[in-house]
Design a protein. Structure first.
Length: 415
């Protein structure tokens, strides 16, 4: 097949979601700057970039940004249609959807409170949470790793950091999933999906309004208090922005970290040499987590709008075009990584794009790394003979936040 006849890729169909890497390889080799099917069917198409170098160039370039309204006057680039007012205005306050100067303002305040020290301080709590989750399943000899471990862990951790009640997590998950289904990921959502997101937004707003109000009168040692204090000191964030930031933090580290723990475990179980090496050398965990993010990235794609005409790899990307940066493909690019389809937990030079790059580089990367390292070490340490109960994995219908719906595993109780 020649470059000009390769078919337009639709990355939102189940065939791609189930095994994206074979598609990535083909497009990377045959048409690395590809005009494929856009997630919004009212757009004529979207560019998809598959090579590491191109992906990094766009992530770090001010010629690409997040606010479609700057370059499109048809309203088609907005993350949420105008009819869903609460959801639209809340998501509009998420730093990930903003460009400078608003992005800089939102991020700098959160950067102050979401510090490396805060992550260090939370490590013992992460251990305890991981242990307590395994206490509940250990005697059973099997579990759904997603539902029983990978999901509750990051939600309990971020709830603890924010200072909200971790036992409210089923509600958080329902709301977070409703937001995520409607704001990222797939072909344009149906009105029902948007209506659910609107409802979830109001649930979150009521919940956090109350918590924020309380912190004004009774400060505590938590992230909400830190945000409120920083707001009072610098007066740089309005109340809606603080509220949206709390919701953003609760949801951003949610499906991403779940998928890192779930797909990380899956990759290790499918690569017994790497698994055995890690079991016998738990000190390799830091490098192993980086490699797992590279090997099967929890976020497979991020998007940008072109803010100017620009030529990349001989193709002209026009101002106002949508551009999908396929992180999952960049991280398997043989031009950047030696033997990229091999899981090598001792890989040197593993500078992947799994947390993005440039001004939107993942704010929670240090937390996610700590959570995954602790979760995987506790899991391997406590559950001997961990194995898959079903080789066939059912994938969630999402190429952006990519991961299994369930992961049924079994293990034996230690003597
Ligand atoms: C941004 C991945 C965990 C908070 C991002 C971006 C990626 C990413 C790729 C860049 C988005 C873009 O460029 O458009 C991940 C992965 C995670 C993870 C793979 C886990 C394995 C977390 C956690 C938190 C978090 C635990 C916080 C609790 C954020 C925020 C942004 C972000 C706030 C927006 C930053 C900005 O726009 O400046 N993440 N993330 N993430 N992430 Fe994460």
């Amino acid at each position: 097949m020649t470059i000009s006849t390769i078919e337009r890729l639709n990355p939102f169909i189940s065939e791609v979601i189930e095994d994206p890497y074979k598609f990535y390889r083909r497009y990377r080799e045959e048409d690395p700057i590809h005009w494929g099917v856009a997630s919004n069917p009212r757009l004529p198409g979207a560019w998809y970039l598959f090579r590491y170098e191109d992906v990094m160039q766009v992530l770090e370039s001010p010629k690409f940004g997040r606010e479609a309204s700057k370059v499109r006057d048809d309203g088609e680039g907005a993350p949420v249609p105008a009819a869903y007012k609460g959801f639209r205005s809340m998501v509009g306050n998420w730093m990930v959807f903003r460009d400078p100067p608003d992005h800089t303002r939102l991020r700098s305040l959160v950067n102050k409170v979401f510090s490396p020290r805060m992550v260090e301080n939370i490590r013992p709590a992460i251990f305890n949470i991981a242990d307590s989750l395994l206490d509940r399943v250990q005697a059973r000899g099997e579990m759904d790793l997603v539902e029983d471990f990978a999901f509750p862990l990051p939600v309990m951790v971020i709830a603890t950091m924010l200072g909200v009640d971790a036992s409210d997590r089923p509600m958080f998950r329902e709301w977070a999933l409703a937001l995520q289904h409607a704001s990222a990921s797939r072909l344009t959502p149906s009105p029902e999906v948007y209506a659910q997101a609107e409802q979830a937004t109001w649930g979150f707003i009521d919940y956090f309004k109350q918590a924020i109000g309380q912190r004004h009168t009774e400060p505590r040692q938590d992230l909400i208090t830190a945000l409120v204090k920083a707001q009072d000191e610098g007066n740089k964030l309005n109340d809606e922005e603080v509220l949206a930031t709390c919701i953003h933090l609760l949801t951003a580290g949610h499906e991403t970290t779940i998928n890192l723990i779930a797909k990380g475990t899956l990759a290790l179980l499918r690569n017994p040499d790497a698994l055995n090496l890690l079991r016998s050398h738990p000190e390799l965990i830091t490098g192993a987590v980086e490699e797992l993010i590279r090997y099967d990235s929890p976020v497979q794609m991020v998007t940008r709008w072109a803010f100017a005409d620009i030529e990349i790899g001989g193709k002209l990307i026009r101002r106002g075009d949508s551009v999908g940066l396929v992180l999952g493909s960049a991280n398997r690019d043989p031009a950047r990584f030696v033997n990229p389809d091999f899981l090598d937990i001792q890989r040197q030079d593993c500078k992947h794009s799994g947390f993005g790059s440039g001004i939107h580089f993942c704010l929670g990367a240090a937390l996610a790394r700590a959570e995954a390292a602790i979760a995987l070490n506790v899991l391997l340490n406590r559950l001997p003979e961990l194995h898959l109960l079903d080789e066939k994995v059912e994938w969630a219908n999402n190429i952006v936040f990519h991961g299994p719906k369930h992961l049924h595993v079994a293990f034996r109780e230690p003597m």
